[in-house]
Design a protein around this ligand. Structure first.
Ligand code: C2E
Ligand code: MG
Ligand code: MG
Ligand code: MG
Length: 281
C-alpha cells in the first residue's frame, strides 16, 4: 500500500502508515531531512480581481520534491507534520521562502502580495509571531506583502488566543484571511473579534455553485457577511467561466482557481503575469 499510485505520482506514505509508531517515526525522519535538504519548495497560484480579472497576487502552496523526483502533495505530509510538531520548522521554512521570493519580486518592481497558509499548531505555538518577525528582519520583506491564511477551525479552537495572535499580526502589518470559510463550526458572532481582511470561501461550495442552490445560498451569505464586515471575499477553486461569471455577479471580490491558473513555479508565475499584462492592453 505504501507504493500505491497517488494523484501526483507514487505515494510514499499510505494513510495506514500514520498509525504505526515506527512508520510515523520514519516519516518524521524523512520530513526532517527534507526540511534540511531543500526538498520543500513553493508553488504560486494566481488570484485575480473579480471585477477586472486583473492579477492581484498569489497563494504560496508547499510541495515536497524528493531526491527521487517524486512530488508529494501537502495533503500527504502536512497532517503528519502537524501531528509531530514538525509543522513549526516547516511553517518557518515556508514563510522564509515566501519572504525571500517576495523580496526578489519587489526588487524587480513587482509589488508582491503573497498568501501563506498557517496551520493550527503554528497558531498555537508561543514563538509564532516572533519567528515571523525574525524572518522579516532577516529577509527585509515587509509584513504588508503577506496575507496569512488561517483556517476557520484553527481560529475557533481557542478563540481568545487566536484573537490575541491575530491582533499582533495585524499590528505588524500582516493581512489575515480565514481559509476554508464555511466548513468549520463557525460561530459567526466571534468573527467581529478578529482583525481580519479576508474571508476565503471553501472550494466545496464553489465546485457546484452554478448547479446547487444550497451551495449558492452559502456563497451569497458569505459575500453579504463579508461586505457587511468590510472584508474581501475570495472564491477559491474556480474552474469554469460560468463559475467565474456567477461569482463576480454575486459579489466575490477575488477569484482563484484552475480557470485562471494552477499552482506554478515562481518563474512560470512571472511569465503568467507578463502574459496577462500583454493580453489586457
Ligand atoms: P488551501 O490553503 O485551502 O489551498 C487550496 C487548495 O486547492 C490547494 O491545494 C490548491 O492547489 C487547490 N486548488 C486551487 N484551485 C483549484 C481548483 O480550481 N480546483 C481544485 N480542485 N483545487 C484547486 P494544495 O496545494 O494541494 O494544498 C492543499 C492544502 O494543503 C491547502 O489548502 C492547505 O491547507 C495545505 N497547505 C498547502 N501549503 C501549505 C503550507 O505551506 N503550510 C500549511 N500549513 N498548509 C499548507
Ligand atoms: Mg489557503
Ligand atoms: Mg482553502
Ligand atoms: Mg483547504
Amino acid at each position: 500500500a505504501a507504493k500505491s499510485a497517488g494523484k501526483n505520482g507514487v505515494r510514499v506514505f499510505s494513510p495506514e502508515m500514520e498509525d504505526g509508531v515506527n512508520t510515523r517515526h520514519q516519516v518524521q525522519t524523512r520530513l526532517r531531512q527534507a526540511l534540511r535538504g531543500g526538498e520543500i519548495t513553493l508553488c504560486f497560484q494566481p488570484k485575480v480581481c473579480a471585477a477586472t480579472r486583473k492579477p492581484i497576487g498569489c497563494e504560496a502552496l508547499a510541495r515536497w520534491r524528493t531526491p527521487e523526483g517524486k512530488l508529494i502533495p501537502p495533503s500527504e505530509f502536512v497532517p503528519i507534520a502537524e501531528q509531530t510538531g514538525l509543522i513549526v520548522p516547516f511553517g518557518e521554512l515556508v514563510f522564509r521562502t515566501a519572504a525571500e521570493q517576495a523580496r526578489d519580486w519587489a526588487a524587480c518592481g513587482r509589488e508582491p502580495s503573497v498568501a501563506v497558509n498557517v496551520s493550527p499548531h503554528q497558531l498555537r505555538h508561543p514563538g509564532f509571531v516572533s519567528s515571523l518577525q525574525d524572518v522579516l528582519a532577516e529577509t527585509s520583506a515587509r509584513a504588508e506583502w503577506f496575507e496569512l491564511e488561517i483556517t476557520e477551525c484553527a481560529m475557533m479552537e481557542d478563540v481568545d488566543h487566536a484573537v490575541e495572535v491575530i491582533d499582533s499580526l495585524a499590528a505588524l502589518g500582516f493581512n489575515v484571511a480565514v481559509d476554508d470559510f464555511g466548513t468549520g463550526y463557525s460561530s459567526l458572532s466571534y468573527l467581529k473579534h478578529f482583525r481580519l481582511h479576508t474571508l476565503k470561501i471553501d472550494l466545496t461550495f464553489i465546485r457546484d455553485v452554478t448547479t446547487d442552490w444550497q451551495s449558492q445560498a452559502v456563497v451569497r451569505s458569505v459575500v453579504s457577511l463579508g461586505a457587511g464586515l468590510g472584508l474581501n471575499v475570495v472564491a477559491e477553486g474556480v474552474e469554469t467561466a460560468e463559475q467565474a461569471e456567477l461569482l463576480s455577479e454575486i459579489g466575490c471580490t477575488t477569484l482563484q482557481g484552475y480557470y485562471f491558473g494552477k499552482p506554478m513555479t515562481a518563474d512560470d508565475y512571472v511569465d503568467w503575469l507578463d502574459a496577462q499584462a500583454r493580453t489586457s492592453v
